[in-house]
Structure formats: structure tokens, C-alpha cells
Design a protein around this ligand. Sequence first.
Ligand code: ZN
Length: 293
Amino acid sequence: MDYLCKATAEDVRVYAAITTGVVGEAARRHRCGALATAALGRVMTGALLLAANLKNRECLTVKFHGNGPLGKIVADASADGSTRGYVVHPEVELPLTNGKLSVGQGVGRGFLSVTRFTGLKDPVTGTCEIFSGEIAEDLTRYLFQSEQTPSVVGLGVLVGIDGSTEAAGGFIVQPLPGASEETLERLEQTVATLRPVSMMVKDGLSAQEIVAEVLRGFTAIHVLSETELSFRCQCSKNRTREILSTLRDEDLKQLEEDGNAEVCCDFCGEKYHFTKEELVEIRRMMLENRKVK
Ligand code: ZN
């Protein structure tokens, strides 16, 4: 089962997540190749870790607008542990680089953005340039440059030879306000010696055990909470119907004449089918509504 563990120790906080299930589901839904699974999985895991700081019902969107062959990668995540995401070209594969999936090359250069939806105010978006396209490094830089939060982010997805998601997870460490220089140095030294997080997950470590690895040498580790994670999309046939009713009249008329329509959700790949009768009804309601306005 996927979940996220929040913990503190001395003057740092760590969030660690196991995301093998949600990444596997995203990869299946979007028919991702190995490269896209790794890239999308890292972005979704990163989004979940960033969202862990939000309050209930708040959510955020992480977007990588790179010029690489994978195209744009988008992930939504909320504080309750749900996430969804997609990559524009899930089928793209590239030769390995030093035996590893070439995620950085697949993503390319450009910029990344993080938008927080708090529900109270207008959404807030921060952006920064993509540095390597390897995702974890980019999010670390983003947090420092755009949000002035020094952090270390580790993300990893292990894809099997058969293309299945064998292990996925990540962590984020941040010094609490007022943390000492000495703490930061110790943290950097520990993180530098960590093995890849995907290997930790593959070896069966729990999120709590990953926290313990990241905080090796720190005392008084205090687990604050554990949140179950899931792939969840907000789309539904009703919402799709609403979107269809915002089309121009001539487009709806065309769909009506075609006799049916299939609308696919970008985020989860779910397909919604509309019969001629349903399309006639949507157009009738739409025309009526516009008359009233
Ligand atoms: Zn959907």
C-alpha cells in the first residue's frame, strides 16, 4: 500500500513516500513506456511530497514545460494524498545513459511551475528554469529559488524489463526555521551517502524506514502522521457533459450529426461515451441556457 510519512527530528522535517502503486496505475492508464513511467512517476511523487505541506482540501499542480521528446508533464496532488497526472508523449523511448533511463534528456530544457490552490485566495504560481530535467534536482532548485526554502528532494522510479513499475518513492528534507549551520552540513553529508530511493523501496523499506535512513545520525525522530496515497481523478461523465455544453453551437451540431462522441480525460485516460440522444439533449440545454442569458 502507498503512503506518505511525515516526521521531524531535532530542527529538520522529513517527508517520505512510497508511490509504487500510484505510479504503476498512472503508467497503466496512460500506456507509458519505461522513460515516461520514470519521468511521470517522479513528477507525481514530487507533487505528493510538496502537497503534504498543504492543509486539508488544498491542492497543487506541478508542471514541467520541457522541450524534450516527452513533452509537457503535469501532476496534481492534494493534502489528502490523492494524485493524478499525465505526460504528453507517453510512448517515447530514448537510449539509456550510463545504464539509466534518460529522463533529463526526455524532459529537455524549459521551465517548471508549481501552482498552489488554497481555496481562499487566487492560486499562486511559482516558476523556475529546468536545470537538468531529472526532476528531483529541479524541484530542489525550484524550492530554493522560488520559495526560498532550502530542501533536498530525492525521487526514484524503478521500471522492470517488462515495463512494469517495480518500485517508486521519494523524500523531501527541509531544515525548520532557525536550524543551525551544523544541522545543514550533517544533513548534506547524510543525503550524499544515501543509496537511490528507488532501491530502498525495492528492498522493501517502509516510508518510516526511509525517513530513518535520511535522518541517520539525528536523534529524537518523531513521526507526525502517515497518509494513504491513491491515484484519483475528479473527472466524471457529468463534468464531461458540462465541458461539452461550453462548445460552440456549430461544433455540438457537428457531433450530433456524427451520431456519437467520445471524450478522453487527459489526466486519467478515462473515456466517456455520448450517444446521439445525449448529444441532442446537451445541445438543447445549451441553446436554452444561452437564450436565458
Ligand atoms: Zn480523469
